[in-house]
Design a protein around this ligand. Structure first.
Ligand SMILES: Nc1ncnc2c1ncn2[C@@H]1O[C@H](COP(=O)(O)OP(=O)(O)OP(=O)(O)O)[C@@H](O)[C@H]1O
Length: 238
């Protein structure tokens, strides 16, 4: 599936009676990238899981390639082109790396697994290892590769660098950047590491208590330490 635009209009969502996201609107052109920033608990994960259809939406629309997917359930949204790599790195712990990847290819031919190994050669080395035997970084690679093999038009990455060693973070960011530069997917990255988020995407939005409080060019945010300090925290820019 080729990259598709994402238009989110007046999205509100939450858990049970608790409203977490309020009136969130933004657009990402097909093949572009957007980083989503915000302190802990501001609604970033809730935004991605609402786009994926995994928690309750109170109102608003989610258009992928101009088509409103918001009435559809999660599995149907996945079929229509949304792919989420969750913060929890959901992999099958008792299956091998290769078996995990086979789950991700859907109805594509089996040899497309090579795409995952080209992206993350480390997964090829570990192809016969079980999920639970992998390091945190390898689990992140596997979770990402499995989603990417499904060829989503819009890829959602939820804090992929969390808890990983700097060298692994670099490896992952290089892979994401390469993927993004192919223009084959529209990519949303939730990331607490400000430099990585700014380097990755041309556009950024900041969430605070479930609302968008700032959106604009990454370079504009980088150039304004006062803004960063206000919304993200002191010392985030190095
Ligand atoms: N399953 C849930 N049930 C009820 N409330 C929840 C649930 N998950 C998250 N919340 C609440 O929703 C708000 C937003 O949480 P969310 O995880 O989306 O924030 P976040 O910006 O992704 O934070 P973090 O960076 O810590 O992952 C928080 O107040 C949180 O306590």
């Amino acid at each position: 599936m080729p990259a598709a635009s994402l238009d989110v209009r007046n999205l509100s969502a939450g858990y049970g009676p608790t409203l977490v996201l309020e009136d969130v609107s933004f657009s990402v052109p097909a093949g572009a990238r957007l980083s989503i920033l915000g302190r802990n608990g501001m609604g970033k994960t809730t935004l991605l899981s609402t786009l994926m259809g995994m928690n309750r939406r109170y109102g608003g629309e989610i258009l992928v390639g101009g088509k409103d997917l918001s009435p559809l359930k999660s599995s149907e949204r996945a079929r229509r082109g949304i792919g989420l790599v969750p913060q929890t790195r959901d992999i099958f712990r008792s299956l091998t790396v290769e078996e995990n990847l086979i789950v991700g290819i859907k109805d594509r031919p089996r040899n497309v697994i090579q795409e995952a190994y080209d992206m993350f050669p480390r997964l090829h080395e570990r192809r016969n290892n079980l999920g639970w035997q992998l390091s945190g970084g390898e689990q992140q690679m596997l979770s990402t590769a499995r989603t990417i093999l499904g060829r989503p038009a819009v890829l959602l990455l939820d804090e992929p660098l969390e808890g990983l060693a700097p060298v692994i973070c670099e490896e992952l960011m290089e892979a994401f950047t390469l993927l993004a530069s192919s223009g084959e997917m529209t990519i949303l990255l939730v990331e607490q590491r400000l430099e990585s988020a700014l380097d990755f995407a041309e556009t950024v939005l900041i969430l605070e208590r479930g609302r968008i409080v700032w959106q604009g060019a990454s370079e504009a945010l980088r150039a304004d330490p006062g803004l960063v300090e206000h919304y993200i925290g002191v010392g985030s820019l190095h």
